[in-house]
Design a protein around this ligand. Structure first.
Ligand code: TYD
Length: 439
């Protein structure tokens, strides 16, 4: 292990790893509605995030004492079926956890949520495998309290440990357990609250925390993911849904597209797709796609992947192989040669291909409101595009994730997410995609 200030780190859950506000507030609101209670005017619902729930219901929301049990039960049910699926992992947390594990630090969780719920939330968001130990409350009637939880979360032997949390309870707990307290000011507690409670250090975001815990260690290489398919396969809808899920899970995503993705390449896109450019020859078209790609790789894709981001590109060089190589019958070899300097070694780590049958795709294309120059091509052209894609997939089975586009959009999204998570987080032992489950 490097020369790092700590060899063991314990994290709080809500407000430290996860932005929990929407999940908690919406569950509280729904529980109050179900009970026929009115949320008091001027009550700042955000304040319910952090303090014990009974305190929030009674002191902040005026729930009568005799109905507190009912409120707590309703809240727990709603939170488990809906609220927890509205969490989001703070940007940079996933990279931080990965860096901590890759550098041999011990990582644990200490949260006042029930133990099994902590485990479940970490699994749903594909983070469980980063934790050596998870400590939550086991019995609601005999609370362990934060200091005891931190003690239990720590390993048997350590040189120096820190507790990272966003509220005074975390900092006070750290003191009582004899470890350093690192205050996460991006969470629910204020800087003042954390300072007063004795925080040894304060961090403004997960990147600052990474620099504090593993100084000088750069973010690991990111991931290049492309999406492909014939026109009309529903690729853009699916890219939107995938983007939303991955962001919610804390992947730092750069969404882009081809042709385009940066100002120069977007200008080239206009020329290529303009229906007035009917006289454009195949060589010109193929070279323009490659030219726009060269700038895109140089300016967007490579810098983002090197900075540790996940790049999600709507189409990449496979489109040129399929459309110009197959559709325009220029041949795969010629297209590869033209694109070598454009791609410059930057090939996708994985490619999602949405498969759709020829007739359905043709119908969808023709019903587009303003079909572009390529969408207006003949059925035979699109048939050749599809055949070229199929050959590409056959040759490179390991890179392609093939999902049928002939299903309801939500089902496609579920399958795509599950398979993409397998590539992005090979350490994630549970079946990915659970963030969809009951939301
Ligand atoms: P676009 O409107 O982005 O379509 P889609 O939503 O289907 O991606 O237009 C891109 C068009 O350009 C599409 O018909 C595919 C085609 N294309 C190629 O022919 N070669 C390429 O290298 C790329 C990237 C796209």
């Amino acid at each position: 292990m490097g020369n790092f200030p700590y060899d063991a780190v314990v994290f709080d859950l809500d407000g430290t790893l996860f932005d929990a506000e929407e999940g908690i507030v919406s569950s509280v609101r729904k529980a109050m509605e179900e009970m026929g209670l009115v949320i008091p005017q001027g009550a700042e619902l955000r304040q319910v995030v952090g303090p014990p729930l009974r305190y929030s219901f009674h002191d902040l929301l005026n729930v009568p004492a005799e109905r507190l049990d009912e409120a707590a039960e309703r809240y727990a049910r709603i939170f488990r079926s809906e609220g927890m699926y509205r969490y989001s992992v703070y940007p940079g947390i996933r990279t931080l956890l990965r860096v901590l594990k890759e550098n041999g630090l011990y990582v644990a969780l200490a949260s006042s949520k029930p133990q099994e719920l902590c485990e479940h939330i970490l699994q749903v968001y594909c983070l469980r495998h980063y934790f050596d130990r998870v400590i939550g409350e086991t019995d609601n009637h005999a609370k362990l309290g934060k200091p005891e939880m931190i003690r239990r979360a720590l390993p048997e032997h350590y040189r120096r440990a820190a507790m990272v949390g966003d509220r005074l309870y975390d900092m006070e707990g750290a003191k009582a357990a004899g470890v350093d307290g690192i205050g996460a000011v991006y969470g629910c507690g204020s800087e003042e609250e954390l300072r007063k409670a004795g925080a040894d250090r304060l961090v403004s975001d997960a990147d600052a925390l990474r620099e504090l815990l593993c100084p000088g260690v750069p973010a690991p290489r990111g991931f290049f993911l492309s999406m492909e398919g014939p026109d009309g396969c529903g690729k853009t809808t699916q890219a939107n849904l995938l983007e939303k899920s991955l962001r919610q899970m804390g992947f730092e995503l750069v969404r882009t597209r081809e042709p385009g993705g940066c100002p120069i390449s977007e200008k080239i896109r206009q020329i290529i797709l303009d229906t007035e450019n009917a006289e454009m020859c195949a060589n010109c078209e193929a070279l323009l796609y490659a030219a726009s790609r060269a700038q895109h790789v140089h300016q967007v894709i490579r810098p983002a992947v090197e900075a540790g981001k996940v790049v999600l590109s709507d189409r990449f060089v496979d489109s040129s192989v399929a459309y110009q190589g197959g559709g325009r019958e220029m041949g795969v070899e010629m297209i590869r040669q033209i694109n070598e300097p454009a791609v410059d070694g930057m090939l996708p780590d994985a490619t999602v291909y949405l498969a759709i049958d020829h007739d359905t795709a043709m119908k969808r294309r023709l019903s587009a409101s303003r079909p572009d120059r390529l969408e207006l091509e003949s059925s035979a052209f699109h048939g050749r595009v599809q055949a070229a894609y199929e050959e590409l997939i056959e040759r490179d089975r390991r890179r392609f994730i093939v999902v049928s586009g002939d299903q309801p959009a939500e089902e496609i999204a579920r399958q795509v997410l599950r398979q993409v998570l397998r590539r992005l987080e090979p350490g994630c032992e549970q079946e990915g995609g659970s963030t969809w489950k009951e939301s």
